[in-house]
Design a protein around this ligand. Structure first.
Ligand code: F6P
Length: 341
């Protein structure tokens, strides 16, 4: 079979590990050939890509990013699912492995529903995709954020400052919650639980009253204040209609400083969380997903996504995975809350 592969949406450590695993297993054990589409769905629309061989996937396991490139192109904005499928067929591609998050896999689900030979692999540092307990890239992002929080701790303590650290997490606060717990944050603010600014200031004041003259506040970029007490900056929307976030930490820090009188500084980690080499956990998970994906192709399990459940790689319908977002478990958030203030 000739198999196409693409990576869509925001990049993520571990994408190359998936590509390598799919090609290595597919060429060696099933005799497939592979075509890598450039820049996600844009490559499908424009017929742009290159052959993926054992040589082209050599040495990429530890590399961050994606050798295929990525984009947030939504092909269904301009074409029907049938038209997209015919472009794939015309290029002589028999089946497609789509590696992405909710948007990329949402398109994959629609193509599969229209009869396309498509399987999905779940990717996102945000860990907000349903159907799988974890996505690759998340562990790396959490480690990067935790390292940053550890470093902010020492400088916060030296200067008696409040440090507001903003992490990614548009609709779900998985990175904030995990990194906040791991880094001993004094408040963690996530999209799932609108925060009360006075409560946050209360945590900080109570620490200072106990002689702890510094505080760490971890905020997910998509966190929202209760009752809209201040504006969150956003700049435009992408092709899937998502608002571009980033910057809530600035308004939050100004508000904390003016309400408490404590000197406050801001660190926005941004795309640092998506860059660089994957952790060992993400390399292994991505490799297992890749092997699972080629297995699904060999079985003709179209419309399925590989997923991790109870330690096993399983298949779940793409529609189930992309129907609703996986938000932070309140019990986990409660673990973090124990240490607020
Ligand atoms: O991939 C998801 C994500 O990491 C979100 O957390 C964040 O809002 C977004 O990507 C940023 O995307 P871009 O790279 O387009 O700025």
């Amino acid at each position: 079979m000739r198999i196409g592969m693409l990576t869509g949406g925001g990049d993520c450590p571990g994408l190359n590990a998936v590509i390598r695993a799919v090609v290595r297993r597919g060429v060696r054990e099933s005799g497939h050939s592979f075509f890598g589409y450039r820049h996600g769905w844009r490559g499908v629309m424009e017929g742009e890509g290159f052959d993926l061989t054992l040589d082209t996937v050599g040495g990429i396991l530890v590399r961050g990013g994606t050798i295929l490139g990525t984009s947030r192109t939504n092909p269904l904005k301009e074409c029907s699912a049938e038209e997209v499928l015919s472009r794939i067929a015309v290029a002589g591609v028999d089946a497609l492995v789509a590696i992405g998050g909710e948007d990329t896999l949402g398109v994959a689900a629609k193509l599969a529903a229209a009869g396309g030979h498509v399987v999905g692999v779940p990717k996102t540092i945000d860990n907000d995709l349903s159907g799988t307990e974890v996505t690759f890239g998340f562990d790396t992002a959490v480690q990067i954020a935790t390292d940053a929080i550890d470093r902010l701790h020492t400088t916060a303590e030296s200067h008696d400052r409040v440090m507001v650290c903003e992490v990614m997490g548009r609709h779900a606060g998985w990175i904030a919650t995990h990194a906040g717990i791991a880094g001993g944050a004094d408040a963690i603010l996530i999209p799932e639980t609108p925060f009360d600014i006075e409560e946050v200031c209360g945590y900080i004041r109570s620490r200072h009253a106990r002689g702890r003259d510094f505080s760490i506040v971890v905020v997910a970029e998509g966190a929202v204040p209760r009752e809209g007490t201040f504006e969150v900056s956003a700049s435009g929307v992408d092709e899937f209609g998502h608002v571009r976030l980033g910057g809530i930490a600035n308004s939050l820090a100004a508000e904390i400083e003016s309400r408490t009188g404590f000197e406050t500084r801001v660190t926005i980690l941004g795309h640092v969380q998506r860059g660089g080499t994957p952790t060992a956990f993400d390399r292994v998970l991505a490799t297992r997903f890749g092997i699972g994906a080629i297995g699904a192709v060999d079985d003709g399990a179209w419309g399925q996504m590989v997923a991790l459940r109870c330690g096993e790689i399983v298949r779940v319908p793409l529609e189930e995975a992309t129907g609703t977002l996986k938000t932070v478990d309140p019990a986990l958030y409660d673990v973090g809350r124990t240490f607020f203030g």
